[in-house]
Ligand binder design. Structure first.
Ligand code: CA
Ligand code: CA
Length: 232
């Protein structure tokens, strides 16, 4: 409604000199299998902080950068917390400019230790979000127990929101429920102004998707923004 830019999501791509851009769908499962996901995850956190600090220094708005966290990273004691804390300190990025996205399947695994880990992350002053909401267990009871800030509605519900009555009902219900629980709602996969208008009508707080910008390297994003191409 206010057309204000509130954040970015950091996405990983592997650029190989001969094969070109390799999709994370190809290499992330392999990285998880081999345990390399731990090192890659640490690198992503550091890189997201560095590039955000760089963007801000170059005049980009001071908005949040969100990173995606794997089960491996989330279930590794206080390592995740330490890496985030170190990266923020090193890059001087403010904690309120950093957000962590976790899927339902990661959170539901061991509720007691999940609550403890989320509290530890929350104490850093960062934002916590549930990713791809609606595709996993969508348990309402844990939404109340976990110190979560943002609910991200999965893109599969948004795509046909104007024509599919079920999707419309599900999204409307998620927004209302999340607001009742004091959560902020973000809709993923927003591709058209019709999507956006519907979501504004339903009082959805935030939207993300190709309507605004396709994924870009940080330097390109800066140029895109400077050229006033970011249509909100
Ligand atoms: Ca995500
Ligand atoms: Ca997502």
């Amino acid at each position: 409604k206010t057309k204000e830019l509130i954040g970015l999501e950091a996405l990983i791509r592997w650029v190989d000199p001969t094969q070109g851009v390799i999709s994370p769908l190809t290499f992330i499962p392999l990285a998880e299998e081999t345990g390399m996901i731990g090192k890659i995850g640490d690198w992503v956190i550091r890189k997201a902080c560095e590039e955000s600090a760089w963007l801000q220094d170059a005049g980009f708005p001071h908005v949040k950068v969100a990173i995606n966290v794997s089960a491996y990273q989330f279930r590794h004691g206080d390592h995740l917390c330490k890496v985030i804390e170190e990266s923020l300190a090193l890059t001087k990025l403010r904690a309120d400019c950093f957000s962590v996205e976790l899927t339902e399947s990661i959170l539901i695994e061991d509720v007691e230790s999940t609550v403890a880990e989320l509290k530890r992350l929350k104490a850093l002053g960062i934002t916590l979000a549930i990713d791809d909401f609606g595709t996993g267990y969508s348990s309402l009871s844990y939404l109340k127990r976990f110190p979560i800030d943002i609910l991200k509605i999965d893109q599969s519900f948004i795509r046909d929101i104007l024509v599919d009555e079920n999707d419309k009902a599900i999204v409307t219900a998620i927004i209302a429920m999340a607001h009742e629980l004091g959560l902020t709602v973000l809709a993923e996969g927003v591709e058209t102004t019709e999507h956006r208008n519907f979501l504004v009508q339903q009082h959805c707080d935030f939207a993300q998707g190709y309507l605004y910008c396709k994924p870009k390297p940080a330097a390109e994003l800066l140029e895109f923004w400077k050229a006033d191409s970011l249509v909100l």
